[in-house]
Write a protein of this length. Structure first.
Length: 75
């Protein structure tokens, strides 16, 4: 590890900056992949599915009300 650090210190600033940008991009991609993986696991659990369905019930009533109002205007 010490050799790698010393080798990086000997590089010009432009090269060090390029390495920094590449490593930051790779770390960001890894974090995004881990976030998507954990999000998929959380959304597929039965408890989360039940909670989502309960949260959407008021929206279903609103949707039915809007459709009924639209249909009554067309008649």
């Amino acid at each position: 590890m010490r050799k790698i650090i010393n080798n990086l210190r000997d590089q010009p600033e432009a090269v060090r900056r390029h390495i920094l940008h590449v490593l930051t991009f790779v770390a960001g991609i890894i974090l995004i992949i881990l976030w998507i993986y954990s999000l998929g696991k959380n959304l597929s659990s039965p408890d989360t599915q039940a909670k989502i369905n309960n949260d959407l019930k008021p929206l279903n009533a609103l949707k039915a009300n809007l459709i009924g109002g639209y249909n009554s205007l067309n008649q």
